[in-house]
Design a protein. Sequence first.
Length: 419
Amino acid sequence: MDDLFQDKLSLLQLYYPTVSPEILKDFLTNCEGDIDNTRSLIDGKPRPKKRPASAQAALSIFTEKRPKIKEENIPKLGNSLSTSKSDDRNTSGSTEAKSKRIMSKIITLNTPSDVREHLYPYASLHLNFLPESMSEKIQDDFLDMKDKFGKNKFYLFGNLCESNHSTGIFSRPAAAFSKLVYNGLKRPKPFQYSDSLESVARYTECFINEKIIPNSEKLSFQSNEPWTNDFCVVNCYEKLQNNMDWHSDRLSHIGPHNYVASISLGTTRMFRLRSTYKEHGPIYEVPLPHNSLFLMRPGCQEEFKHSLSTMSKAVDVHPRLGTMRFGITARCYPTFFIENSPKCKCGTGMLLRRSYKSVSTRGRYFWSCENTYQNKGCNSFYWCDFQNVEGHYIAKDGQSVSTWIAPEDKEKLEYDNSF
């Protein structure tokens, strides 16, 4: 962590003293070091581009929970404070500050072979995935249903937020996990699979179970059971300005080392991935054309965050959907794993994550309270042990914590070998 980033983190801690420094660090990293974007994310609304100095300490939340921040208590960081990482036109900052703003290199991966070269074994790209008739039928279904889709709602530091794209949640009739919780909110009741979506699910299941899994190296905590697609999240991006922010799919629902299949229908959009812990690692950008499958393989959710970026101009226009895109995220929710996962003092299922920020604990899986982002959490925390099924996957001691280190994580391997 460079000095400039640490200064920005210190400033955020002054603005948000009730928020965990680790969470602030996570969000500042996700916003590429941009203070205003980070505050917009936490506050749940955009910040004005120009505002008087007296307004800089005014917070839309927490105003009744803590004293007003005094200007003399704010670190003096110079002009670099409000400069976005992607903005290299600022000429007023010092030479030292400029040298610390290291740009993340964007590498565009246009073909399946490009993806294999840079992202294998964690991801693969498959073009013309669905049979044409199946692709056309599912498009018709989604077009008929898109008005029934809703904004994805979630809590973030006590604020009720919603996405700028619409979402439909689908499941098979016998699916046993229709009451999942996400950041303190129960998911709406899923739509039942249509005949066409059932065909897509079966086709995807056969592809992964028969062509992918037998020819792939199995990771430590990967399930021995066949991959099943009882659950789909369908995101509708009607405009090029609709996007999906940086995130990893929740391990609490899919478990560790699982496959997630992303099928694109409509206009080509740019899918991005970046390392969860390499501070200045590259950003990989993958154009996802119509009827392509981007398969996130075991370890991808642990090692990478992904996003769908906005676009100012369409790469292509689909003859039926125009510049609209439907993204089918096909997931396998292992029922036994979900049923046996721990519950915190709040009474809700706990959030499963893999530690990555500190090199000393990187790779360790842990459970934490689901309601943290509501500011109503009970602060429950347990290290995870996937072998301790009877104990709801909670580690009995430090020696039994489930840990997975990526073979190419040289920093972590060198750190462990130094002892």
